[in-house]
Design a protein around this ligand. Structure first.
Ligand SMILES: Cc1cc2nc3c(=O)[nH]c(=O)nc-3n(C[C@H](O)[C@H](O)[C@H](O)COP(=O)(O)OP(=O)(O)OC[C@H]3O[C@@H](n4cnc5c(N)ncnc54)[C@H](O)[C@@H]3O)c2cc1C
Length: 430
């Protein structure tokens, strides 16, 4: 792998960019990393990205930064140097450089606002010197040696980038809502109104969804004057994210993950990641008597004029219809959003590798140790779909340092095998 193209300049891209920089500094082979980004580095943590107004706080600790858990163990003889060099890209190094470290410690190490997290990511981009191409990836095609990616910039100018490996990041589009209804907002519309301070006055608000996206929207809505704020999700309740050592360690150290059965893995994800709000968001909501949870899947959106009606379905109960003034669809991203960009040949290659028509289950099951789809000659890294097969921390911010190791180690070993033969390759392996 000589050239890795990453779609999206979020935390995953920055983790890989920083590690590739460190490997090169240490004289080890690393691919040239190019990132294509539609908005700005850290775009989805800024108001313009459509997932936040930037003023809400990170749910996880910022010490889970681009190098966390600083535990590279694949490059025999170099691991310590890699871990030490990565510390230069840490959240605390960022604060030290900006002169804010002592204040952050004295204030009790608060989680930063999303827009500050974006600033940290931008600092990593500058420090690593990674190439960032500003533009939107429109199509991804299979090429003779890897991939060809068509990019269109803000002025509509098109260009094509070639790479032998591709990594997809991010949750996709936030502008879609469950139904077209004047009282139903997509998450992008919601944050756009909040940013412009134009959210209409409401008495009955509802948020559909049970993840980070819904948590942030609820956290915002309780700051407004609504009489009731309901969160709608299929689970029996909204769980509080377990933050004990046992739960966290499964996210930080995916080494244990492979020893669990698929049922056990699904159980961990269900208890810790789905329908779960962070401790901080939950504390904020629990004390507010206007907040309620409604169980069910939304199966119908109706109502005209002033209100909107949602029909909720639960297995053991008849359908129930509830009326609201405003509903925010915060069901989150579409895990397979990037497939819309693939041309027919590229999609065929994926189908061939996963042994059937592309769906989420097949793709998830196909993700190998290097976080790429197993069996593809041109690497396609899909860390967002690696949760079930490789570890629940890969789709989020829980082990970005491990993520970059998985993506780059194989490449480093492969290129050393090309350059120096199998003996040199074996040296990198423990
Ligand atoms: C409100 C909210 C809060 C969250 N808080 C946490 C948290 O505290 N802890 C945690 O672990 N996880 C959190 N998450 C989950 C979070 O999305 C992931 O952990 C993490 O941001 C994903 O990083 P990423 O690098 O995959 O993508 P992102 O940070 O989402 O970056 C993707 C980038 O891709 C760009 N992009 C999209 N489409 C294209 C295209 N076609 N061409 C070019 N560029 C494109 C976007 O502009 C964006 O900058 C949160 C999610 C949300 C929505």
């Amino acid at each position: 792998m000589d050239r890795l193209l990453v779609v999206g300049a979020g935390p995953k891209a920055m983790a890989v960019a920083a590690k590739a920089h460190v490997l090169r500094e240490l004289g080890l082979p690393a691919p040239r990393v190019t990132i294509v980004e539609s908005h700005a580095v850290g775009g989805n943590w800024l108001p313009s990205g459509g997932w936040t107004d930037g003023r809400h706080r990170l749910g996880t600790s910022p010490e889970k930064d681009v190098g966390f858990p600083y535990h590279s163990s694949w490059a025999r003889g170099h691991n310590r140097a890699i871990n030490e060099a990565m510390m230069a890209f840490s959240w605390t190094a960022f604060l030290v450089e900006r002169g804010g470290y002592a204040e952050w410690v004295d204030r009790g190490r608060p989680s930063p606002h999303h827009h500050v997290w974006a600033k940290y990511l931008q600092w990593v981009a500058r420090k690593s010197g990674v190439e960032v191409v500003l533009g939107t990836v429109r199509t991804i095609a299979a090429a003779a040696k890897g991939w060809e990616v068509a990019v269109v910039d803000a002025d509509g100018v098109a260009s094509a980038l070639g790479s032998d490996a591709l990594m997809i990041t991010g949750p996709g589009n936030s502008a879609r809502a469950l139904a077209e209804h004047p009282k139903m907002l997509s998450i992008a519309e919601f944050w756009n109104l909040i940013g412009r301070r134009e959210l209409p006055s409401i008495s009955r608000a509802a948020v559909i969804g049970g993840g980070e996206t819904a948590g942030s929207a609820m956290d915002e809505l309780v700051r407004h004057d609504a009489l009731t704020v309901s969160v709608i999700s299929p689970a029996a309740t909204i769980y509080t994210r377990g933050e004990s050592y046992f739960e966290n360690s499964l996210y930080s150290d995916p080494g244990k993950w492979r020893a669990l059965s698929v049922d056990e893995r699904r159980d961990v994800v269900r208890r810790t990641d789905r329908g779960v709000f962070s401790v901080r968001v939950q504390e904020n909501l629990l004390g507010d008597s206007r907040v309620h949870h409604l169980q069910g899947r939304v199966v119908r959106v109706g109502g005209l004029g002033e209100g909107i009606e949602l029909t909720l379905r639960n297995e053991r109960r008849p359908d129930q219809t509830h009326a609201f003034d405003l509903v925010v669809d915060a069901t989150g991203g579409q895990p397979l959003w990037f497939l819309d960009l693939f041309d027919a040949d590229a999609a065929d290659l994926v189908e061939l590798a996963i042994g059937g028509p592309i769906d989420k289950d097949r793709l998830e099951a196909s993700i190998g140790h290097d976080l790429a789809v197993t069996g593809m000659e041109a690497k396609l890294f899909l860390p967002n779909l690696a949760g079930l097969a490789q570890g629940p921390g890969f789709p989020n911010l829980s082990c970005l340092g491990e993520l970059s190791d998985r993506v780059l180690a194989e490449a480093t070993m492969r290129s050393s095998a090309v350059r120096g033969g199998a003996t040199q390759r074996a040296e990198y392996l423990r």
